[in-house]
Write a protein that binds this ligand. Structure first.
Ligand SMILES: Cc1cc2nc3c(=O)[nH]c(=O)nc-3n(C[C@H](O)[C@H](O)[C@H](O)COP(=O)(O)OP(=O)(O)OC[C@H]3O[C@@H](n4cnc5c(N)ncnc54)[C@H](O)[C@@H]3O)c2cc1C
Length: 399
């Protein structure tokens, strides 16, 4: 007797960044009809470099994009640390602050380059709703009714929140941010692009004023914009409720007033930046990542935070497992979601715990001079956890 083929299942993914695009890619390969809704009017530009490590390298290989990622990686050659007068006080050609050891097998790549490569892997079968956002979700036993800020209402078999630290899906389906987003440390950071006025080639330069402000500039080529982290410590905390970018820029400019090195010039460029992104170092901790047919992936459900450089890898592994478990459970979507949570939970929790341990280590007095600077470059490779990736039925490696 011939089995009746299953009707394609319709999935809505909120967010077109690392976890959303990886999820969309794998769901499409597993036969889902996928719609991606992204708040930005196109793939969101900006961000510093991200790292693809450990099991995420294998996810990338199975997507057929690992060689492209390596080709487009930052290929940094080192870092200088400078004092307020711009004098170099430390230099390494073995490690950088963003990527760790330069001889590691990991891939460090600009965030928007990674999105571009993942977007290419998704292919033409996915529908995108750019410049829109989910407004409401109402689910019953067989599906989820979704309204959008702009698009007409639609019904899906499941909804996946891949919309980052400030996830709208999490807020709508699970509750306010305060319940789940845990700032740790007191560091607030902005990333943005600016002219490479320091003339850096595959090099990064950092200046840090103890317990106040710091900047890390990375230049890949003289004719290409540099990427900057500009951040400050605020032990008293700040009100992050506002998404008003101009207000965030003014706050950062105020905090940087009087800072040394070329920070005043960096602030001028920051005020004009169109790819400005501001956030606090935070984790998302949740007892459950799903609620019926609504499920979270990546930073939305389990942001690890900047400290260990693992957030992107955990997001890619999470997306791969979610899509695979959904496919493996065929028409039992809720069973697939439960299996995703069970498969991933220990890996995510351990990564988050390591980030907390790492953060308290960095908070501790680190000695003086070069020893302190060397000690602040984490060995990201040693912090990378293994994860045994299942080969999901029907998944073939692209040739
Ligand atoms: C612009 C930007 C710059 C970043 N820069 C850095 C960096 O320099 N260093 C670093 O370590 N990490 C950075 N990150 C975070 C990093 O990408 C993640 O920690 C990690 O890669 C996991 O990615 P994610 O896809 O789960 O979440 P994110 O990468 O945060 O992606 C979330 C996506 O959802 C979209 N979105 C948000 N709200 C909605 C909504 N309501 N409806 C629809 N779409 C929505 C966002 O525009 C974004 O495309 C940045 C993220 C962004 C969005």
């Amino acid at each position: 007797m011939n089995a009746t083929p299953l009707a394609p299942r319709r999935a809505l993914v909120s967010g077109a960044s690392i976890s959303g695009l990886t999820t969309a890619c794998w769901l499409t390969r597993h036969g889902f009809e996928v719609t991606v809704v992204e708040r930005a009017p196109h793939l969101r530009p900006g961000g510093h470099a991200l790292d693809v490590r450990g099991p995420a390298l294998e996810v990338a290989a199975r997507m057929g994009v690992l060689t492209t990622l390596r080709d487009r990686s930052t290929k940094l050659t080192g870092i200088s640390v400078v004092d307020a007068a711009g004098q170099e006080i430390f230099r390494s050609t073995e490690s950088t602050l963003t990527g760790g050891r330069l001889d590691s097998p990991d891939v460090e790549i600009l965030r928007d380059d990674l999105c571009d490569v993942l977007h290419g892997a998704v292919g033409p079968r996915v529908e995108y709703l750019f410049g829109d956002s989910i407004a409401s979700l109402i689910q019953d036993a067989s599906g989820v009714d979704v309204t959008f800020v702009t698009a007409t209402p639609r019904r899906f078999d499941l909804v996946i929140g891949a919309d980052g630290l400030g996830s709208a899906v999490r807020r709508i389906a699970f509750g306010p941010d305060e319940q789940f987003v845990r700032p740790f440390g007191d560091l607030y950071v902005a990333t943005f692009g600016m002219p490479n006025f320091l003339g850096l080639e595959r090099w990064q330069v950092m200046h840090q004023q103890p317990d106040t402000v710091g900047a890390l500039v990375m230049g890949l080529r003289k004719d290409v914009d540099a990427r900057t982290y500009l951040g400050f410590n605020a032990p008293e905390g700040i009100d992050q409720g506002s998404r008003d970018i101009d207000a965030q820029k003014r706050l950062l400019a105020d905090r940087c007033a009087g800072a040394g090195w070329v920070i005043p010039e960096i602030v001028e460029h920051m005020l004009r930046a169109t790819d400005f992104h501001f956030y606090s170092l935070s984790q998302v901790r949740m007892d459950r990542w799903s609620c019926g047919r609504v499920v979270l992936v990546g930073d939305a459900g389990y942001a690890v935070s900047l400290g260990t450089g693992q957030a992107t890898s955990v997001a890619m592994v999470g997306a791969y497992v979610l899509a695979g478990e959904l496919a493996a459970h065929k028409d039992d979507l809720v069973g697939g979601i439960a299996s995703y949570e069970a498969t991933l939970r220990a890996y995510v929790t351990r990564n988050q715990d390591i980030a907390l341990e790492q953060n308290s280590r960095l908070d501790a007095p680190a000695g003086e001079g070069e020893a302190a600077l060397t000690g602040s470059i984490p060995d990201f490779g040693a912090l990378t956890l293994p994860f045994a990736l299942e080969t999901y039925e029907g998944v073939k490696r692209p040739r």
